[in-house]
Design a protein around this ligand. Structure first.
Ligand SMILES: Cc1cc2nc3c(=O)[nH]c(=O)nc-3n(C[C@H](O)[C@H](O)[C@H](O)COP(=O)(O)OP(=O)(O)OC[C@H]3O[C@@H](n4cnc5c(N)ncnc54)[C@H](O)[C@@H]3O)c2cc1C
Length: 509
Protein backbone atom coordinates (compact mmCIF):
# COMPACT_ATOMS: atom_id res chain seq x y z
CA UNK A 1 0.00 0.00 0.00
CA UNK A 2 1.26 3.48 -0.88
CA UNK A 3 0.58 6.67 1.02
CA UNK A 4 0.79 10.35 0.16
CA UNK A 5 4.19 10.79 1.81
CA UNK A 6 7.68 9.32 1.82
CA UNK A 7 7.50 8.00 5.40
CA UNK A 8 5.86 4.74 6.28
CA UNK A 9 2.93 4.98 8.67
CA UNK A 10 2.15 2.30 11.24
CA UNK A 11 -0.80 1.04 9.16
CA UNK A 12 0.85 0.75 5.80
CA UNK A 13 1.44 -2.94 5.23
CA UNK A 14 -2.20 -3.82 5.45
CA UNK A 15 -3.73 -3.21 2.05
CA UNK A 16 -4.00 -5.11 -1.19
CA UNK A 17 -5.08 -3.98 -4.66
CA UNK A 18 -8.84 -3.74 -5.15
CA UNK A 19 -9.17 -2.62 -8.76
CA UNK A 20 -11.02 -5.03 -11.01
CA UNK A 21 -12.25 -5.12 -14.60
CA UNK A 22 -15.48 -3.11 -14.81
CA UNK A 23 -17.52 -1.90 -17.74
CA UNK A 24 -16.91 1.83 -17.38
CA UNK A 25 -19.32 2.73 -20.16
CA UNK A 26 -22.41 1.92 -18.05
CA UNK A 27 -24.20 4.65 -16.09
CA UNK A 28 -23.61 4.13 -12.38
CA UNK A 29 -26.11 5.25 -9.75
CA UNK A 30 -23.35 6.83 -7.68
CA UNK A 31 -19.65 7.42 -8.36
CA UNK A 32 -17.71 7.97 -5.16
CA UNK A 33 -14.42 9.76 -5.77
CA UNK A 34 -11.83 8.94 -3.08
CA UNK A 35 -10.96 5.68 -1.34
CA UNK A 36 -10.40 6.76 2.28
CA UNK A 37 -12.71 6.07 5.19
CA UNK A 38 -15.30 8.55 3.88
CA UNK A 39 -15.45 7.17 0.34
CA UNK A 40 -15.40 3.49 1.25
CA UNK A 41 -18.00 3.89 4.06
CA UNK A 42 -20.30 5.91 1.80
CA UNK A 43 -19.96 3.51 -1.13
CA UNK A 44 -20.82 0.53 1.08
CA UNK A 45 -23.82 2.28 2.66
CA UNK A 46 -25.24 3.17 -0.77
CA UNK A 47 -24.50 -0.24 -2.25
CA UNK A 48 -26.29 -1.84 0.72
CA UNK A 49 -29.46 -0.01 -0.22
CA UNK A 50 -29.33 -1.28 -3.78
CA UNK A 51 -27.47 1.52 -5.54
CA UNK A 52 -24.93 0.55 -8.22
CA UNK A 53 -21.76 2.27 -7.05
CA UNK A 54 -18.18 2.73 -8.16
CA UNK A 55 -15.24 4.03 -6.12
CA UNK A 56 -12.72 6.05 -8.17
CA UNK A 57 -9.42 6.41 -6.34
CA UNK A 58 -6.49 8.40 -7.75
CA UNK A 59 -3.90 6.06 -6.18
CA UNK A 60 -4.88 3.11 -3.95
CA UNK A 61 -7.42 2.52 -1.20
CA UNK A 62 -6.08 4.20 1.96
CA UNK A 63 -3.58 6.43 0.08
CA UNK A 64 -4.77 9.69 1.68
CA UNK A 65 -5.03 10.76 5.29
CA UNK A 66 -6.82 7.54 6.28
CA UNK A 67 -3.45 5.83 5.73
CA UNK A 68 -1.75 8.40 7.97
CA UNK A 69 -4.30 8.84 10.75
CA UNK A 70 -4.02 7.71 14.38
CA UNK A 71 -7.58 6.30 14.45
CA UNK A 72 -8.90 7.42 17.83
CA UNK A 73 -12.66 6.98 17.88
CA UNK A 74 -13.86 9.75 20.14
CA UNK A 75 -17.27 11.34 20.41
CA UNK A 76 -15.97 14.63 21.85
CA UNK A 77 -14.40 16.77 19.17
CA UNK A 78 -11.71 19.34 18.37
CA UNK A 79 -14.52 21.93 18.25
CA UNK A 80 -15.78 21.74 21.82
CA UNK A 81 -19.45 21.52 22.75
CA UNK A 82 -19.29 24.97 24.36
CA UNK A 83 -17.89 26.42 21.12
CA UNK A 84 -20.71 24.71 19.19
CA UNK A 85 -23.30 26.11 21.62
CA UNK A 86 -21.80 29.61 21.28
CA UNK A 87 -21.78 29.52 17.50
CA UNK A 88 -24.72 27.32 16.58
CA UNK A 89 -27.05 27.27 19.62
CA UNK A 90 -27.81 24.55 22.16
CA UNK A 91 -30.15 22.51 20.01
CA UNK A 92 -27.66 22.16 17.16
CA UNK A 93 -24.83 21.51 19.62
CA UNK A 94 -26.86 18.60 21.04
CA UNK A 95 -27.24 17.18 17.54
CA UNK A 96 -23.51 17.65 17.02
CA UNK A 97 -22.88 15.65 20.22
CA UNK A 98 -25.26 12.93 19.07
CA UNK A 99 -23.35 12.56 15.80
CA UNK A 100 -20.30 11.14 17.57
CA UNK A 101 -22.29 8.42 19.33
CA UNK A 102 -24.04 7.58 16.05
CA UNK A 103 -20.74 7.23 14.20
CA UNK A 104 -19.02 4.97 16.74
CA UNK A 105 -22.11 2.75 16.82
CA UNK A 106 -22.08 2.61 12.99
CA UNK A 107 -18.44 1.51 13.02
CA UNK A 108 -19.12 -1.15 15.65
CA UNK A 109 -22.18 -2.35 13.77
CA UNK A 110 -20.27 -2.67 10.46
CA UNK A 111 -17.44 -4.53 12.15
CA UNK A 112 -19.90 -7.08 13.54
CA UNK A 113 -22.05 -7.30 10.41
CA UNK A 114 -19.13 -7.95 8.09
CA UNK A 115 -16.97 -9.74 10.63
CA UNK A 116 -14.06 -7.32 10.14
CA UNK A 117 -10.99 -8.08 12.16
CA UNK A 118 -9.53 -4.61 12.76
CA UNK A 119 -8.49 -4.51 16.43
CA UNK A 120 -11.55 -2.45 17.39
CA UNK A 121 -11.67 -1.90 21.15
CA UNK A 122 -13.83 0.31 23.33
CA UNK A 123 -11.64 2.38 25.66
CA UNK A 124 -12.00 5.32 28.00
CA UNK A 125 -10.47 8.65 27.05
CA UNK A 126 -8.68 11.02 29.44
CA UNK A 127 -8.38 14.75 28.93
CA UNK A 128 -5.76 16.34 31.15
CA UNK A 129 -4.91 19.94 31.98
CA UNK A 130 -1.20 20.54 32.49
CA UNK A 131 -1.37 24.11 33.83
CA UNK A 132 -3.85 26.70 35.06
CA UNK A 133 -4.73 27.95 31.60
CA UNK A 134 -5.53 24.41 30.49
CA UNK A 135 -7.51 23.92 33.72
CA UNK A 136 -9.79 26.77 32.63
CA UNK A 137 -10.13 25.20 29.20
CA UNK A 138 -10.97 21.84 30.73
CA UNK A 139 -13.63 23.44 32.93
CA UNK A 140 -15.14 25.01 29.84
CA UNK A 141 -15.06 21.67 27.98
CA UNK A 142 -16.78 19.89 30.88
CA UNK A 143 -19.45 22.63 31.17
CA UNK A 144 -20.22 22.34 27.46
CA UNK A 145 -20.35 18.54 27.67
CA UNK A 146 -22.75 18.78 30.58
CA UNK A 147 -25.09 21.09 28.62
CA UNK A 148 -25.33 18.68 25.68
CA UNK A 149 -25.68 15.65 27.96
CA UNK A 150 -22.25 14.19 27.25
CA UNK A 151 -20.63 12.20 30.06
CA UNK A 152 -17.33 13.53 31.45
CA UNK A 153 -16.23 13.07 35.09
CA UNK A 154 -13.29 14.48 37.02
CA UNK A 155 -10.77 11.85 38.16
CA UNK A 156 -7.74 11.84 40.46
CA UNK A 157 -5.71 9.42 38.39
CA UNK A 158 -5.07 8.62 34.73
CA UNK A 159 -3.18 5.69 33.16
CA UNK A 160 -0.71 8.19 31.63
CA UNK A 161 2.63 9.00 33.33
CA UNK A 162 2.04 12.71 32.75
CA UNK A 163 1.59 14.94 35.81
CA UNK A 164 -1.62 16.99 35.55
CA UNK A 165 -3.51 19.69 37.42
CA UNK A 166 -6.91 18.23 36.64
CA UNK A 167 -8.23 15.43 34.44
CA UNK A 168 -11.51 13.98 33.25
CA UNK A 169 -12.47 10.55 31.99
CA UNK A 170 -14.88 9.97 29.09
CA UNK A 171 -16.13 6.39 28.86
CA UNK A 172 -17.20 4.49 25.74
CA UNK A 173 -14.58 5.73 23.28
CA UNK A 174 -12.52 3.42 21.08
CA UNK A 175 -9.73 2.80 18.64
CA UNK A 176 -9.06 0.47 15.73
CA UNK A 177 -6.75 -0.29 12.81
CA UNK A 178 -8.11 2.05 10.13
CA UNK A 179 -6.69 0.25 7.11
CA UNK A 180 -7.84 -3.21 8.23
CA UNK A 181 -11.25 -1.60 8.80
CA UNK A 182 -11.59 0.07 5.38
CA UNK A 183 -10.19 -3.03 3.70
CA UNK A 184 -13.03 -5.00 5.35
CA UNK A 185 -15.57 -2.42 4.20
CA UNK A 186 -14.14 -2.53 0.69
CA UNK A 187 -14.36 -6.32 0.53
CA UNK A 188 -18.00 -6.14 1.69
CA UNK A 189 -18.69 -3.46 -0.92
CA UNK A 190 -17.25 -5.62 -3.71
CA UNK A 191 -19.19 -8.69 -2.49
CA UNK A 192 -22.38 -6.66 -2.75
CA UNK A 193 -21.56 -5.91 -6.41
CA UNK A 194 -19.70 -2.60 -6.01
CA UNK A 195 -16.80 -1.66 -8.32
CA UNK A 196 -13.45 -0.13 -7.47
CA UNK A 197 -11.09 1.64 -9.86
CA UNK A 198 -7.71 2.47 -8.36
CA UNK A 199 -5.16 4.67 -10.19
CA UNK A 200 -8.13 6.60 -11.52
CA UNK A 201 -7.71 10.34 -11.06
CA UNK A 202 -10.90 12.34 -11.39
CA UNK A 203 -9.97 15.55 -13.22
CA UNK A 204 -13.32 17.32 -13.38
CA UNK A 205 -17.04 16.97 -13.88
CA UNK A 206 -19.83 18.14 -16.13
CA UNK A 207 -23.18 18.12 -14.32
CA UNK A 208 -25.89 17.43 -16.87
CA UNK A 209 -29.66 17.10 -16.48
CA UNK A 210 -29.79 13.29 -16.25
CA UNK A 211 -26.35 12.47 -14.88
CA UNK A 212 -22.85 13.75 -14.16
CA UNK A 213 -20.00 13.07 -16.57
CA UNK A 214 -16.71 12.63 -14.75
CA UNK A 215 -13.54 13.26 -16.68
CA UNK A 216 -11.02 10.76 -15.34
CA UNK A 217 -7.60 9.38 -16.23
CA UNK A 218 -9.47 6.23 -17.38
CA UNK A 219 -11.83 8.14 -19.64
CA UNK A 220 -15.32 9.52 -19.07
CA UNK A 221 -17.45 7.87 -16.40
CA UNK A 222 -21.16 8.65 -16.00
CA UNK A 223 -23.16 8.50 -12.78
CA UNK A 224 -26.51 9.87 -11.63
CA UNK A 225 -24.85 11.19 -8.49
CA UNK A 226 -21.27 11.91 -7.53
CA UNK A 227 -19.73 12.07 -4.06
CA UNK A 228 -16.39 13.85 -3.62
CA UNK A 229 -14.89 11.93 -0.71
CA UNK A 230 -11.49 13.35 -1.60
CA UNK A 231 -10.90 15.02 1.79
CA UNK A 232 -11.10 18.37 -0.02
CA UNK A 233 -12.97 18.56 -3.33
CA UNK A 234 -10.89 18.84 -6.52
CA UNK A 235 -11.03 21.87 -8.82
CA UNK A 236 -11.86 25.31 -7.48
CA UNK A 237 -14.74 25.61 -5.02
CA UNK A 238 -16.04 27.85 -2.24
CA UNK A 239 -14.92 25.12 0.18
CA UNK A 240 -11.26 25.92 -0.59
CA UNK A 241 -11.81 29.28 1.06
CA UNK A 242 -13.67 27.93 4.09
CA UNK A 243 -11.15 25.17 4.86
CA UNK A 244 -7.46 25.49 5.65
CA UNK A 245 -4.95 22.61 5.28
CA UNK A 246 -2.85 21.56 8.30
CA UNK A 247 -0.08 19.01 8.77
CA UNK A 248 0.08 16.82 11.86
CA UNK A 249 2.86 14.49 13.05
CA UNK A 250 2.64 11.03 14.60
CA UNK A 251 5.22 8.60 15.99
CA UNK A 252 5.06 5.07 17.38
CA UNK A 253 7.39 3.90 20.16
CA UNK A 254 8.11 0.81 22.19
CA UNK A 255 8.54 1.44 25.93
CA UNK A 256 11.29 -0.04 28.11
CA UNK A 257 9.09 -0.61 31.13
CA UNK A 258 6.16 -2.21 29.27
CA UNK A 259 3.75 0.15 31.09
CA UNK A 260 1.51 0.92 28.14
CA UNK A 261 -1.48 3.13 29.00
CA UNK A 262 -4.36 1.24 27.32
CA UNK A 263 -6.60 4.26 26.94
CA UNK A 264 -6.93 7.35 24.80
CA UNK A 265 -5.17 10.43 26.16
CA UNK A 266 -5.14 14.14 25.26
CA UNK A 267 -3.53 17.17 26.86
CA UNK A 268 -4.80 20.67 26.14
CA UNK A 269 -1.61 22.22 24.78
CA UNK A 270 -1.86 24.32 21.64
CA UNK A 271 -1.57 22.22 19.48
CA UNK A 272 -2.53 19.30 21.72
CA UNK A 273 -0.69 15.96 22.10
CA UNK A 274 -2.64 12.75 21.89
CA UNK A 275 -1.87 9.13 22.74
CA UNK A 276 -3.08 5.59 22.19
CA UNK A 277 -1.65 2.07 21.98
CA UNK A 278 -1.65 -0.28 18.99
CA UNK A 279 -0.37 -3.82 18.78
CA UNK A 280 1.46 -4.49 15.50
CA UNK A 281 2.58 -8.08 14.87
CA UNK A 282 2.66 -8.92 18.58
CA UNK A 283 4.49 -5.74 19.61
CA UNK A 284 2.76 -3.02 21.64
CA UNK A 285 3.45 0.50 20.42
CA UNK A 286 2.60 3.84 21.96
CA UNK A 287 1.33 6.17 19.22
CA UNK A 288 1.73 9.87 20.00
CA UNK A 289 0.65 12.77 17.82
CA UNK A 290 0.90 16.55 17.72
CA UNK A 291 3.07 19.46 16.48
CA UNK A 292 0.39 20.54 13.99
CA UNK A 293 0.95 23.55 11.75
CA UNK A 294 -0.60 25.05 8.68
CA UNK A 295 0.61 23.27 5.53
CA UNK A 296 3.66 24.92 4.03
CA UNK A 297 4.18 27.10 7.11
CA UNK A 298 7.00 25.24 8.89
CA UNK A 299 10.59 26.06 7.95
CA UNK A 300 11.81 22.54 8.72
CA UNK A 301 9.10 19.89 8.92
CA UNK A 302 11.67 17.27 9.97
CA UNK A 303 12.13 19.23 13.19
CA UNK A 304 8.50 18.59 14.12
CA UNK A 305 9.41 14.94 14.69
CA UNK A 306 12.34 15.85 16.97
CA UNK A 307 10.06 18.11 19.00
CA UNK A 308 7.39 15.43 19.32
CA UNK A 309 9.93 12.75 20.23
CA UNK A 310 11.59 14.96 22.86
CA UNK A 311 8.21 15.78 24.36
CA UNK A 312 7.20 12.11 24.59
CA UNK A 313 10.59 11.14 26.08
CA UNK A 314 9.99 13.63 28.93
CA UNK A 315 7.19 11.42 30.24
CA UNK A 316 7.55 7.92 28.81
CA UNK A 317 10.44 5.49 29.10
CA UNK A 318 10.93 5.23 25.34
CA UNK A 319 12.91 2.28 24.00
CA UNK A 320 12.76 2.53 20.20
CA UNK A 321 11.03 4.75 17.66
CA UNK A 322 9.47 2.37 15.15
CA UNK A 323 7.45 4.72 12.95
CA UNK A 324 7.26 8.45 12.31
CA UNK A 325 4.94 9.94 9.73
CA UNK A 326 2.85 13.01 9.02
CA UNK A 327 -0.39 13.68 7.25
CA UNK A 328 -2.88 16.40 6.38
CA UNK A 329 -6.27 17.48 7.69
CA UNK A 330 -8.58 20.42 7.04
CA UNK A 331 -9.77 23.07 9.48
CA UNK A 332 -13.23 24.46 8.67
CA UNK A 333 -13.59 28.16 9.42
CA UNK A 334 -16.60 27.78 11.70
CA UNK A 335 -15.45 24.58 13.37
CA UNK A 336 -17.97 22.10 11.94
CA UNK A 337 -17.51 19.77 8.98
CA UNK A 338 -19.13 20.33 5.60
CA UNK A 339 -21.17 17.30 4.55
CA UNK A 340 -23.87 17.50 1.88
CA UNK A 341 -24.43 19.04 -1.53
CA UNK A 342 -21.32 20.53 -3.14
CA UNK A 343 -21.64 24.35 -3.25
CA UNK A 344 -22.31 25.25 -6.87
CA UNK A 345 -23.80 21.87 -7.79
CA UNK A 346 -27.35 21.87 -9.09
CA UNK A 347 -28.36 18.71 -7.28
CA UNK A 348 -26.27 15.70 -8.20
CA UNK A 349 -22.85 16.30 -6.60
CA UNK A 350 -22.08 15.82 -2.91
CA UNK A 351 -19.05 16.40 -0.71
CA UNK A 352 -17.64 15.72 2.76
CA UNK A 353 -14.75 17.78 4.13
CA UNK A 354 -13.51 19.94 7.03
CA UNK A 355 -13.23 17.12 9.57
CA UNK A 356 -10.37 18.62 11.69
CA UNK A 357 -8.81 15.72 13.66
CA UNK A 358 -12.09 13.80 13.87
CA UNK A 359 -12.37 12.26 10.42
CA UNK A 360 -12.83 8.66 11.56
CA UNK A 361 -16.08 9.89 13.10
CA UNK A 362 -17.17 12.45 10.49
CA UNK A 363 -16.05 10.29 7.56
CA UNK A 364 -18.25 7.51 8.93
CA UNK A 365 -21.12 9.88 9.67
CA UNK A 366 -20.84 11.22 6.11
CA UNK A 367 -21.79 7.79 4.81
CA UNK A 368 -25.15 8.02 6.60
CA UNK A 369 -25.79 11.68 5.73
CA UNK A 370 -24.86 11.32 2.05
CA UNK A 371 -26.80 8.08 1.76
CA UNK A 372 -29.89 9.76 3.23
CA UNK A 373 -29.55 12.85 1.02
CA UNK A 374 -29.11 10.78 -2.14
CA UNK A 375 -31.73 8.14 -1.35
CA UNK A 376 -34.43 10.15 0.49
CA UNK A 377 -33.46 13.78 -0.14
CA UNK A 378 -33.07 14.61 3.55
CA UNK A 379 -30.92 13.90 6.60
CA UNK A 380 -31.33 14.83 10.25
CA UNK A 381 -27.81 16.31 10.07
CA UNK A 382 -28.36 17.97 6.67
CA UNK A 383 -28.88 21.46 7.98
CA UNK A 384 -26.16 21.37 10.66
CA UNK A 385 -23.40 20.30 8.28
CA UNK A 386 -24.69 22.00 5.10
CA UNK A 387 -21.58 22.86 2.99
CA UNK A 388 -23.22 26.05 1.69
CA UNK A 389 -23.83 27.53 5.13
CA UNK A 390 -22.15 30.86 5.80
CA UNK A 391 -21.71 31.50 9.51
CA UNK A 392 -20.21 34.99 9.81
CA UNK A 393 -20.73 35.04 13.58
CA UNK A 394 -19.35 31.60 14.25
CA UNK A 395 -16.13 31.83 12.33
CA UNK A 396 -15.85 35.21 10.77
CA UNK A 397 -12.56 36.35 12.32
CA UNK A 398 -10.96 32.97 11.61
CA UNK A 399 -12.30 33.13 8.09
CA UNK A 400 -10.66 36.51 7.51
CA UNK A 401 -7.44 35.35 9.16
CA UNK A 402 -7.16 32.15 7.14
CA UNK A 403 -7.89 33.88 3.89
CA UNK A 404 -5.62 36.80 4.65
CA UNK A 405 -2.84 34.26 5.16
CA UNK A 406 -3.65 32.74 1.79
CA UNK A 407 -3.55 36.14 0.11
CA UNK A 408 -0.27 36.93 1.86
CA UNK A 409 1.20 33.71 0.50
CA UNK A 410 0.41 34.81 -3.03
CA UNK A 411 2.38 38.02 -2.60
CA UNK A 412 5.20 36.98 -0.31
CA UNK A 413 6.21 33.97 -2.39
CA UNK A 414 6.74 36.18 -5.40
CA UNK A 415 9.31 38.18 -3.43
CA UNK A 416 11.21 35.78 -1.16
CA UNK A 417 13.06 33.41 -3.42
CA UNK A 418 16.72 32.54 -3.45
CA UNK A 419 18.51 33.59 -6.60
CA UNK A 420 21.06 31.08 -7.85
CA UNK A 421 23.62 31.48 -10.60
CA UNK A 422 24.23 27.76 -10.98
CA UNK A 423 22.57 24.57 -9.77
CA UNK A 424 25.87 23.55 -8.18
CA UNK A 425 24.96 26.02 -5.40
CA UNK A 426 22.36 23.48 -4.23
CA UNK A 427 23.80 20.81 -1.94
CA UNK A 428 23.11 17.05 -2.21
CA UNK A 429 19.83 16.13 -0.47
CA UNK A 430 18.79 19.81 -0.50
CA UNK A 431 15.61 21.32 -1.92
CA UNK A 432 14.81 24.95 -2.67
CA UNK A 433 12.46 27.22 -4.52
CA UNK A 434 14.84 29.28 -6.62
CA UNK A 435 14.95 31.99 -9.21
CA UNK A 436 17.05 31.09 -12.21
CA UNK A 437 17.25 33.17 -15.36
CA UNK A 438 14.13 35.11 -14.23
CA UNK A 439 11.95 31.99 -13.77
CA UNK A 440 11.09 30.29 -10.50
CA UNK A 441 11.63 26.57 -9.92
CA UNK A 442 11.24 23.92 -7.28
CA UNK A 443 14.56 22.14 -7.23
CA UNK A 444 15.50 18.95 -5.38
CA UNK A 445 18.97 17.43 -5.58
CA UNK A 446 19.26 13.77 -4.63
CA UNK A 447 22.24 12.46 -2.67
CA UNK A 448 23.75 11.10 -5.92
CA UNK A 449 23.48 14.57 -7.49
CA UNK A 450 20.43 13.91 -9.69
CA UNK A 451 18.39 17.09 -9.99
CA UNK A 452 14.61 17.18 -10.09
CA UNK A 453 13.55 20.48 -11.59
CA UNK A 454 9.91 21.57 -11.60
CA UNK A 455 8.06 24.83 -12.09
CA UNK A 456 7.22 25.95 -8.56
CA UNK A 457 3.76 27.37 -9.25
CA UNK A 458 0.92 25.17 -8.03
CA UNK A 459 -1.45 24.55 -10.96
CA UNK A 460 -4.49 24.80 -8.65
CA UNK A 461 -4.54 28.52 -7.80
CA UNK A 462 -1.10 29.81 -8.72
CA UNK A 463 0.59 29.85 -5.27
CA UNK A 464 4.23 28.86 -4.86
CA UNK A 465 4.96 25.44 -3.35
CA UNK A 466 7.29 24.88 -0.36
CA UNK A 467 9.56 22.01 0.54
CA UNK A 468 8.40 19.46 3.11
CA UNK A 469 11.59 17.70 4.19
CA UNK A 470 9.71 15.24 6.42
CA UNK A 471 7.75 13.67 3.56
CA UNK A 472 9.98 14.72 0.60
CA UNK A 473 7.13 16.61 -1.02
CA UNK A 474 6.35 20.03 -2.41
CA UNK A 475 3.38 21.42 -0.47
CA UNK A 476 1.19 24.33 -1.46
CA UNK A 477 0.50 26.62 1.51
CA UNK A 478 -2.70 28.01 0.02
CA UNK A 479 -5.05 25.05 -0.36
CA UNK A 480 -2.88 22.07 0.54
CA UNK A 481 -2.11 20.49 -2.85
CA UNK A 482 1.02 18.35 -2.59
CA UNK A 483 3.43 16.82 -5.13
CA UNK A 484 6.32 14.36 -5.02
CA UNK A 485 9.82 15.26 -6.18
CA UNK A 486 8.84 14.34 -9.75
CA UNK A 487 5.91 16.74 -9.62
CA UNK A 488 3.26 13.99 -9.41
CA UNK A 489 0.13 14.83 -7.39
CA UNK A 490 0.04 13.40 -3.89
CA UNK A 491 -2.85 15.40 -2.46
CA UNK A 492 -5.64 17.48 -4.01
CA UNK A 493 -7.36 19.81 -4.64
CA UNK A 494 -5.13 20.09 -7.72
CA UNK A 495 -5.83 17.65 -10.53
CA UNK A 496 -2.65 18.52 -12.41
CA UNK A 497 0.99 17.71 -11.70
CA UNK A 498 3.66 20.34 -11.14
CA UNK A 499 5.21 21.06 -14.49
CA UNK A 500 8.41 19.07 -14.96
CA UNK A 501 11.19 21.04 -16.63
CA UNK A 502 13.38 18.13 -17.62
CA UNK A 503 15.43 15.59 -15.72
CA UNK A 504 18.94 16.88 -15.03
CA UNK A 505 21.70 14.42 -14.55
CA UNK A 506 24.59 14.61 -12.14
CA UNK A 507 27.00 16.71 -14.18
CA UNK A 508 24.59 19.14 -15.84
CA UNK A 509 25.24 22.85 -15.04
C1 LIG B 1 -1.82 12.76 11.80
C2 LIG B 1 -3.33 12.71 11.82
C3 LIG B 1 -3.96 12.00 12.83
C4 LIG B 1 -5.35 11.91 12.84
N1 LIG B 1 -5.93 11.21 13.86
C5 LIG B 1 -7.27 11.08 13.88
C6 LIG B 1 -7.89 10.32 14.92
O1 LIG B 1 -7.22 9.81 15.81
N2 LIG B 1 -9.24 10.20 14.90
C7 LIG B 1 -10.01 10.78 13.93
O2 LIG B 1 -11.23 10.66 13.98
N3 LIG B 1 -9.44 11.49 12.92
C8 LIG B 1 -8.10 11.65 12.88
N4 LIG B 1 -7.52 12.37 11.88
C9 LIG B 1 -8.35 12.86 10.77
C10 LIG B 1 -8.72 11.70 9.83
O3 LIG B 1 -7.63 10.82 9.68
C11 LIG B 1 -9.14 12.23 8.46
O4 LIG B 1 -10.11 13.22 8.63
C12 LIG B 1 -9.71 11.12 7.60
O5 LIG B 1 -8.77 10.08 7.43
C13 LIG B 1 -10.13 11.67 6.24
O6 LIG B 1 -10.63 10.60 5.50
P1 LIG B 1 -11.18 10.83 4.02
O7 LIG B 1 -11.62 9.50 3.52
O8 LIG B 1 -12.19 11.92 4.03
O9 LIG B 1 -9.93 11.38 3.21
P2 LIG B 1 -8.62 10.60 2.75
O10 LIG B 1 -8.29 9.47 3.62
O11 LIG B 1 -7.57 11.64 2.55
O12 LIG B 1 -9.04 9.97 1.37
C14 LIG B 1 -9.24 10.75 0.21
C15 LIG B 1 -8.84 9.92 -0.99
O13 LIG B 1 -9.24 10.61 -2.16
C16 LIG B 1 -8.27 10.40 -3.16
N5 LIG B 1 -8.39 11.52 -4.11
C17 LIG B 1 -8.12 12.81 -3.89
N6 LIG B 1 -8.37 13.54 -5.00
C18 LIG B 1 -8.80 12.66 -5.94
C19 LIG B 1 -9.21 12.80 -7.28
N7 LIG B 1 -9.22 13.99 -7.89
N8 LIG B 1 -9.59 11.68 -7.96
C20 LIG B 1 -9.59 10.46 -7.36
N9 LIG B 1 -9.21 10.29 -6.07
C21 LIG B 1 -8.82 11.38 -5.37
C22 LIG B 1 -6.95 10.39 -2.42
O14 LIG B 1 -5.94 9.68 -3.13
C23 LIG B 1 -7.33 9.72 -1.10
O15 LIG B 1 -7.03 8.34 -1.09
C24 LIG B 1 -6.13 12.53 11.84
C25 LIG B 1 -5.50 13.26 10.84
C26 LIG B 1 -4.11 13.38 10.82
C27 LIG B 1 -3.46 14.18 9.75
Amino acid sequence: MYRDGARKSIWQEEVRKFSAETDLSQIFDVAIVGGGITGVSTALKLQESGKKCIILEAANIGFGTTGGTTAHLNNFFDTTFNEAIRDFGLEKARLYAESGDDAIEMIEDRIHRYNISCDFTRKSAYLFALDEKQQEQLKNIVEGADKVGHEMSYVNETPFPIPFKEAVVIPGQGHFHPIKYIRGLCEAFIKLGGSVQENCLCEGHDEQKEYVVLKTSKGEIKAENVVYATHIPPGVNLLHFTNAPYRCYAMAFTLKNDRYPWALGYDLCEPYHYYRIQNIEGENLLIAGGEDHKTGHAEDTGECFSKLENYVREYFDVETVYYSWSSQYYEPVDGLPYIGKLPGSKERIFVATGFRGNGMIFGTLSSQILHDLIVTGESKYGNLFNPSRIKPIAGFSDFVKENATVAFDFVKDKIFKDKVESFSEIGEGEAKVIRYESESYALYKEIDGTLHLLRSTCPHAGCEVRWNSAELSWDCPCHGSRFNVNGKILTGPTTRNLQKVFPYQKHDP
